[in-house]
Design a protein. Structure first.
Lengths: 424, 83
């Protein structure tokens, strides 16, 4: 008998809200966190807008010691630790450097690259023949598992502590991996999430690929337009999301607040076959991933009431909708409500899956569907598949039990997870 | 520079890395960075770099290996300052 898994803590650092209360407010009000960035302009980026969470020095000091902040230059680790600690505290635990080692709790916190600004400092140092002066924290801040190393030490976690990396699927994959570990009785609790750095060195490669929009440098809040006829590429974002997963047994024993149940999920790869490439998805594999997630959750496709899509605002949005429609065998007015959190925060890359899982849980817990901002002009290919009232542009209060969340990433990798409202 | 002046400067450099404040308050020439002040061994590297900056000297790997307590640090800094 496999363990049931519930969510007992949330943390989020998003461009439009740091902390669950602020992020929830922004989701309800359709507040954009996308702004202009002069440094992108100075560096001659085509896309000069992006989503960066606002963290004050005072806030940093609430999470990090002065020593930890000496020479610290990794925005992803900063965001990840804040989100992770918030989720931990939200679940009713303390952060105490003298705490007893907790062998029942593990951590899977994903990242695509870590500490890219710190890495840049190190490269300049090495090139100048000054490797001896790099200091002691270059490795810790630039290793992929840096965020997991910092966070697990702050919390004293003694189960598996690792970092996964699967491009823009990372956050959703981390959640599914943590879920499976608890399901299989290997841990009572898993803190899962993902983070992404911000800035020109992380976003430059995408700008070079011409996959980011260059049409909204004067109107940043209108730049991220998933599912819109005038979508012209994604807007880069950054931040972190974190969720504390816990066995139902442990959560009930502690009398913990339960946000939702993780019913099941699936991860797979399209293997860059049948139309799949390094950058484009194999549609059949995407559909299979969704179908398997539904099957693994012990529900039927018609029970899904809301979808939080991947939907980045590139030309692939129509294909994603088609994949959902085929996988669920639902279309038109029978299609679930669907939204893209990216309309408000941009594409937070490795952090997108976890931030959007948090957004999904917030909508489920508070019984609303967040608006798709900038989607007044729904793409005709999408409108041919789904009734426009299923793609709300204003917040809708909806009573619903089940939401599906999917993320897709470069390398032709997919993840889909199903959450259910918890009724005790 | 008198020994007292040197210790004052050293204390300011070491302060951010100290994990045992009580031992730090009672710092003497015999105080050991790792055993007494509980400085993380990885941070010894950062202390060396901060010393280099403060005194405009260069410390070699051999100096670093010896620099485990206040007395050794003072000796090495004084030697470097004279050359």
């Amino acid at each position: 008998m496999k363990n049931r898994v519930v969510i007992t803590g949330l943390g989020v650092v998003a461009p439009n809200g740091v902390g669950v209360p602020d992020f929830t407010k922004s989701l309800k009000e359709g507040t954009s966190g996308i702004t202009c960035h002069d440094n992108l302009k100075d560096f001659k980026f085509s896309c000069q807008i992006g989503g960066v969470p606002q963290i004050s020095d005072e806030k940093k000091s609430q999470y990090f010691t002065d020593l930890q902040l000496r020479g610290f230059n990794s925005s992803g680790i900063l965001y990840g630790c804040i989100a992770g600690i918030d989720a931990w505290k939200d679940a009713g635990f303390d952060m105490d450097s003298e705490s007893q080692l907790d062998y029942d709790t593990g951590l899977i916190f994903g990242a695509a690259t870590s500490g890219v600004e710190k890495f840049r400092e190190a490269i300049y140092g090495v090139d100048d023949g000054n490797v001896r002066r790099l200091g002691s924290t270059v490795v810790l801040q630039t290793m992929a598992s840096g965020v997991s190393a910092y966070l697990s030490g702050m919390l004293g976690l003694g189960n598996q502590v690792t970092t996964n990396s699967s491009a823009c699927t990372t956050g959703t994959e981390a959640l599914i991996m943590g879920y499976e570990r608890i399901q299989n009785g290997k841990a009572k609790r898993m803190l899962v999430g993902s983070c992404s750095d911000h800035g020109p060195y992380i976003w430059g490669g995408f700008d070079a690929m011409r996959v980011m929009t260059y049409k909204h440098n004067e109107s940043p809040e209108e730049g991220s337009r998933p599912m819109s006829a005038t979508a012209s590429g994604f807007v880069p974002g950054s931040g972190a999301g974190a969720l504390l997963l816990e066995s139902l047994e442990s959560a009930l024993e502690r009398g913990a607040k339960i946000y939702a149940e993780v019913l099941g999920g699936e991860v797979n790869s399209g293997g860059q076959r049948q139309g799949g490439t390094l950058t484009a998805p194999n549609a059949e594999a995407v559909q299979r991933c969704i179908k398997k997630a539904v099957e693994n959750s012990g529900i039927t496709a018609k029970e899904i009431e809301v979808i939080n899509g991947h939907l980045t605002a590139t030309s692939k949005d129509s294909l994603e909708i088609e994949n959902w429609s085929k996988a669920l065998e639902r279309k038109g007015s029978d299609f679930p409500y669907i939204n893209s959190t990216k309309s408000m925060i941009g594409h937070c890359l490795a952090a997108s899956g976890s931030i959007e899982c948090v957004a999904s849980i917030i909508q489920l817990k508070n019984q609303f569907v967040a608006p798709n901002i900038n989607c007044e002009d729904l793409h005709p290919e999408i409108e041919a598949l789904v009734d426009s009232n299923k793609i709300p542009i204003e917040k809708m209060d909806v009573n619903f039990d089940i939401i599906a969340k999917a993320s897709f990433g470069f390398g032709d990798v997919n993840a889909c997870v199903i959450f259910k409202k918890f009724n005790d | 520079m008198t020994n007292d002046e040197l210790i004052t400067k050293l204390k300011a450099i070491i302060a951010p890395y100290v994990q045992d404040e009580k031992a730090f308050e009672n710092l003497t020439e015999d105080t050991d960075f790792i055993n007494d002040l509980k400085v993380n061994s990885a941070n010894l590297v950062d202390i060396i770099l901060d010393i280099e900056d403060e005194f405009s000297i260069r410390l070699e790997n051999e100096d670093m290996e010896k620099m485990l307590d206040v007395k050794a640090a003072m000796l090495i800094i004084n030697t470097k300052l004279k050359t």
